[in-house]
Design a protein around this ligand. Structure first.
Ligand code: GLC
Length: 813
């Protein structure tokens, strides 16, 4: 059974419409202005935070609670005549609804429910300007009778350090204040203390939480509660709160106890009558709260202002996705590239692997490796975001060239693990940025180095170009005596974490990634005229590539590497993990494999790893625990890094096949991996069919076809760029755009519109002879051109000025 059991895309594809609430898992969405973020599931679950999900958590999220999705930000509707109460989001009351619909859109969600002839619709979004979420609510009486309703808006508050709240709630609850300011009708909530330590600790901090959370509505407040135990009542839950059941909030002001924000309103509706109102939940600095909160409440109590803010948001995201638009014979591909894949990459850019449903916002902060890759999506549409992000990331490089593995923006703090690949991603993302924009001034920007722990001296500053070279020089200085990068505590694969902790193990994927980045940097150095650097890095490339080809080719494929005992993993000689996907794909991506080896390596992926959902990470799965390999061997076969279909590596298989000119194979892997292809069925697949999940269980496990970790995954940006750059083949280079499609032979043609350097390129490709690749002719604005590179000068779109449209006609054959 496909996703239609639970939902479908709207006609214009800009919304995913869920038409029954009991989805196999919460199907979520994000709404954020980059500061205030709300996660929202199709049944009203999810949490909110400001700037950082660990330190400024606004509302609570119950960890380890799946399949229960609680708490959330809920609206309750109570009929005062019958006493019947329910929620339009179905949860948490789970009462039968006469109608239910959740529309997840780009940066907003609208949930509608109907019961007893009353329809309530809640549109949730975060406006660009202000740090709050808006619930824009419409209640309609569809009956012929008058309805007297009580409505309750409810959230469970965290207020500050979410990690501390989790491990120390019995203590933490003694610092909570919630009260209502009757005059302005604003509910305020805060904590008298704020643990700003990076991890759970018994140390007590000595500061107050520097924010107020506030809640307000455009309806008069009939009652309120600050106390969770009062609102919910003894031995009850969100499903049947005492206040809602009894139709009356307790007006509890609290100075201790678990905090909630609950507001009650009365609504009288005549037959057929409809009323619109607004609830806001926001965050303001403590010192200015009494001024800011009422002002914000006043602002958004105006439906006109609220609706204008929503329209601006919709327009903004329509514009965001309109920068890339494709029309191909594949409707699913079009939906993904034109809307959902782009929206997902905007989310991975903002939330990294930090704030999701499967990443709880407590552990990771911003991962260096992941975040660099997360730039590839917004790069096409909002390059200025990427510029700023890369400059920020460069400040987390130490003077010796190494970088932190993850860091915590706003709150500070980082983890330094020594993974060999981590520094390599900054040069890669930077090269992509310059290719996209032609903005060479970026390389001259100066940013400071990160301080070594205990370092009293200022470590100084460097230009971006120096930061980039520093990343490579550090990596090259730390090769083994055989000229291969060390495995260290893992490579891309976090679970090969005990291969190389003693410094002898060698990672082939790290070597290939290094070669890829060296080749990119040779090109960059050449373009800016730094011949010495180009020579230096070319020599390094040759040296490492030669080592890989000499030591790491196993006859039909490349090995994983060696561990500290110099035992080989990923070879014919092994019983488990004989074939590994990443070293085959990256041998192609990096150009290290000869054409013959490249073909063989990818044939091995096809032969040994392919499944109905795309190639799995390795085969055979590990079944024996090996303390000299690591966590991969402890994980159940078929899940996660132990032989699941990991979508991030699958995206590299798509790319490798495209680079080899195998348009049909690239496309086949791409189609298999699409989130709307659940392989077994949607109940088994479980996750959202509109965004990529991190992995899908492979046939090695009885739950084959079950996806996990939706949303925050590196596959999202790579899949997007696989299609735009390599399958549809419109690819930035320093000089301009290369047109180099690699498509299935069955495609007769397609179009791709792509914003680039302030202009819009409308590319129409036809494939009369049914080939995979090869540009036979190309015209630019009607003029024939030799070769397939369209030179484009650096430039930016000018605000208010329509971009120049360049029409490109391409014939393959
Ligand atoms: C997760 C991590 C990523 C890592 C991958 C494989 O997706 O976020 O950094 O490369 O797992 O272990």
């Amino acid at each position: 059974m496909s996703m239609e059991k639970y939902g479908h895309f709207s006609e214009d594809r800009h919304e995913f419409v869920i038409d029954r609430p009991d989805t196999p898992a919460p199907w979520i969405n994000f709404t954020s202005n980059g500061r205030y973020t709300r996660l929202i599931s199709n049944v009203g679950g999810g949490y909110a935070y400001w700037q950082t999900p660990r330190l400024h958590r606004i509302t609570r999220h119950r960890y380890n609670s799946m399949p229960v999705d609680r708490p959330g930000h809920y609206l309750y509707v109570r009929d005062s005549k019958t006493g019947d109460y329910w929620s339009p989001s179905w949860q948490p009351c789970a009462k039968d609804l006469e109608k239910y619909e959740c529309r997840h859109g780009l940066n907003y969600t609208r949930i509608t429910g109907k019961r007893g002839g009353v329809e309530a619709s809640v549109l949730t979004f975060v406006p660009a300007e202000d740090d709050l979420e808006i619930w824009r609510i419409t209640v309609t009486n569809t009956t012929r009778a008058r309805k007297s309703l009580d409505l309750f808006a409810y959230t469970e508050l965290c207020m500050g350090n979410a990690l501390n709240d989790l491990v120390n709630q019995p203590n933490d609850q003694h610092f909570n204040d919630v009260f209502l300011d009757k005059k302005t009708q604003v509910l305020y909530a805060t904590k008298r203390y704020w643990n700003t330590f990076g991890s759970a600790t018994v140390e007590q901090s000595n500061v107050t939480y520097d924010r107020f959370i506030f809640m307000a509505s455009s309806l008069p407040v009939k009652g309120f509660d600050g106390s969770k135990s009062q609102f919910i009542g003894r031995w009850r839950s969100e499903e049947n709160p005492a206040a809602v059941e009894g139709g009356k909030c307790g007006n509890t002001v609290i100075t201790a106890g678990d905090a909630v924000g609950a507001l009650q309103f009365a609504l009288e509706l005549g037959p057929g009558e409809k009323k619109d109102f607004v609830v806001v939940l926001g965050i303001v600095p403590k010192e200015t709260a009494k001024r800011d909160a009422p002002a914000l409440a006043r602002k958004y109590r105006s439906l006109k202002t609220t609706d204008a803010a929503f329209k601006a948001l919709v327009d903004d995201w329509r514009d965001y996705v309109s920068c890339v638009r494709v029309e191909t014979p594949d409707d699913d591909l079009n939906t993904m590239i034109n809307v959902w894949n782009q929206w997902q990459t905007a989310c991975t850019f903002r939330f990294s692997r930090d704030a999701g449903y499967y990443h709880g916002g407590l552990l990771f902060g911003r991962g260096f490796r992941d975040s660099c890759q997360d730039t590839f999506g917004p790069l096409m549409t909002r390059p200025e975001w990427v510029r700023q992000r890369l400059l920020e990331m460069s400040t987390h490089q130490f003077k010796n060239g190494s970088v932190v593995h993850c860091y915590f923006p706003v709150s500070g703090g980082y983890a330094r693990t020594g993974h060999s690949d981590t520094p390599l991603w900054l040069p890669l993302a930077s090269a992509m940025y310059v290719k996209e924009t032609g903005d060479y001034s970026f390389l001259k920007e100066v940013t400071p180095y990160e301080k070594e722990p205990g370092d009293k001296k200022d470590p100084g500053k460097a230009t971006m170009l120096q930061h980039i070279y520093g990343c490579l020089d550090y990596t090259l200085k730390n090769l083994t005596e055989r000229n291969l990068p060390k495995f260290g505590p893992g490579d891309w694969n976090d679970t090969l974490d005990y291969m190389g902790r003693k410094g002898r193990g060698e990672s082939v994927w790290n070597a290939l990634c290094l070669c890829y980045v060296l080749r990119e940097t040779v090109e960059l150095a050449g373009v800016i005229g730094d011949k010495a650097a180009a020579r230096r890095y070319q020599a390094a490339y040759d040296k490492v590539a030669a080592a890989v080809n000499k030591l790491c080719w196993d006859g039909e494929w490349y090995i994983v590497g060696t561990n500290d005992l110099r035992e080989v993993v990923g070879s014919k000689k092994n019983k488990e993990c004989r074939v590994y996907q990443n070293t085959q794909t990256w041998a192609v991506l990096s150009g290290v494999a000869s054409p013959e080896r490249a073909k063989k390596a990818m044939a091995a992926v096809k032969k040994h790893l392919d499944t109905p959902k795309g190639p799995k990470l390795l085969d055979p799965a590990f079944r024996t625990i090996n303390t000299n390999i690591g966590l991969a061997t402890r994980c159940v076969p078929g899940k996660k890094e132990n032989a699941a279909v990991f979508n991030h590596p699958v995206s590299w298989s798509v790319l490798a096949e495209a680079l080899l000119g195998h348009g049909d194979q690239a496309y086949e892997y791409y189609r298999k991996a699409l989130p709307m292809n659940p392989v077994v069925d949607i109940d088994r697949y479980e996750m959202e069919p509109y965004v990529y999940s991190e992995y899908v269980t492979s046939p090695d496990h009885p739950t084959f076809g079950q996806a996990s970790h939706a949303w925050l995954t590196g596959s999202s940006t790579w899949m997007l760029r696989d299609v735009t750059d390599y399958i549809l083949g419109v690819r930035p280079t320093y000089e301009g755009l290369i047109i180099d499609p690699c498509i299935p032979t069955a495609w007769k043609g397609y179009t791709i519109r792509r914003k680039f350097r302030g202009q819009v390129f409308e590319v129409t490709v036809s494939n009369p002879r049914g080939v995979n690749k090869g540009v036979k002719s190309l015209t630019v604005n009607g003029r024939a051109q030799v070769g397939n590179l369209i030179p484009v000068k650096p430039g930016k779109a000018r605000a208010g000025v329509a971009p120049k449209v360049v029409r490109v006609e391409v014939v393959l054959g």
